[in-house]
Ligand binder design. Structure first.
Ligand code: SF4
Length: 327
């Protein structure tokens, strides 16, 4: 793939627990081009946030252990970066909107101290008035009322929704090359969430910034992304251009996920996916989806399918669509 900004290759991450390891990521491979808007979908617990935290260099170790794979950002290996290099990467290369705002805000500093520190580092501005101006405008852009008061507040003095908007302001205050938005605004009401997505879209265009949008809402992914990765139980099972994926979902899991969307036409209640995400302590052999798959074959229990190209950029990890050289 030409013009690649982020290249994740065969990433394997386990978590140490009493009595063994949870084998959460099982060879995640994905790429993001410069200025591209990429979606990542999958059920809760499928490893989306673990993948993003590993990319950001904030996977808690222990219990997290990177067992294999590479993460290249602009050709540089993130997994071998020293702590200062990772800090620089987070302050000037990649920012992340966290699903949980408490993970991003330090409770002992005011919002203003945290926001102004990030702006000073990224923009190199020493003049207090101009830094404060950027901070105020960042808070305004996420529809927070009374930004001067918010700047003086500690996170604990704000509601959960306000803290989430502060996190979004923190992530968007300064230009970065890649924004990872993990369920941005899901705890906010739909009008604010829509406003946040429009803001991300506008800033991505203005700043020529790439975006990875993680969302459980297929509608959000369909509207705001150009290409989509579908993740199941720690592995990518399908990737395609957004229009192509929604028009022609191929992997049995993607098909099932699409059937879960509630029908606004009132023609029936959405179907669920029988079974549940596997136990990562002892995941299924071969294709991790096989215990839930209506098309399961013998080979599915024995071998893990690779991503087979189907049509152009459309690739699917399923033996219904191809066999590798050993299959
Ligand atoms: Fe189903 Fe086999 Fe395809 Fe897995 S590889 S999704 S079990 S048909």
């Amino acid at each position: 793939m030409q013009d690649v900004l982020l290249d994740v290759q065969d990433l394997v991450v386990h978590f140490r627990v009493y009595g063994g390891y949870l084998k959460v990521l099982d060879g995640v491979t994905l790429q993001v081009r410069h200025q591209e808007r990429v979606g990542l979908v999958g059920e809760t617990g499928c490893g989306k946030t673990t993948t993003m935290k590993t990319i950001m260099g904030i996977l808690p170790k222990p219990p997290g252990v990177v067992r294999g794979g590479r993460i290249l950002f602009k050709g540089r290996d993130v997994l071998s970066m020293r702590p200062q290099e990772l800090e620089h990467l987070r302050r000037s290369g990649i920012s992340m909107i966290f699903q949980d705002p408490t993970a991003a805000l330090n409770p002992v500093f005011t919002v203003g101290e945290q926001l102004e520190d990030a702006i000073r580092y990224a923009l190199g501005k020493r003049d207090h008035a101009s830094v404060r101006e950027v901070a105020l405008s960042a808070l305004q852009s996420v529809a927070l009322p009374d930004p001067p008061r918010i700047l003086e507040s500690y996170p604990v003095q704000l509601s959960g929704g306000m803290r989430q908007r502060v996190c979004i302001a923190l992530a968007l205050a300064c230009p970065k090359e890649l924004l990872i938005a993990d369920e941005p605004g899901t705890s906010l009401d739909v009008t604010i969430q829509d406003q946040i997505l429009r803001l991300i879209h506008r800033l991505a265009e203005e700043r020529k910034m790439a975006v990875i949008l993680i969302s459980h809402s297929l509608g959000v992914i369909r509207e705001w992304t150009e290409r989509v990765y579908v993740m199941y139980a720690g592995t990518i099972v399908e990737e395609a251009k957004t229009g192509e994926l929604f028009a022609r979902p191929l992997h049995p899991y993607t098909e099932a996920l699409m059937r879960c969307v509630p029908k606004l036409t009132g023609t029936g209640i959405a179907e669920g996916i029988p079974g549940r995400i596997p136990d990562y302590f002892d995941p299924p052999s071969g294709c991790r989806f096989h215990p839930r798959c209506p098309h399961c074959m013998d080979i599915c229990r024995q071998r893990k399918p690779q991503l087979f190209p189907v049509d152009g950029d459309h690739r699917v990890a399923c033996f219904l669509f191809g066999r590798d050289s050993h299959g």
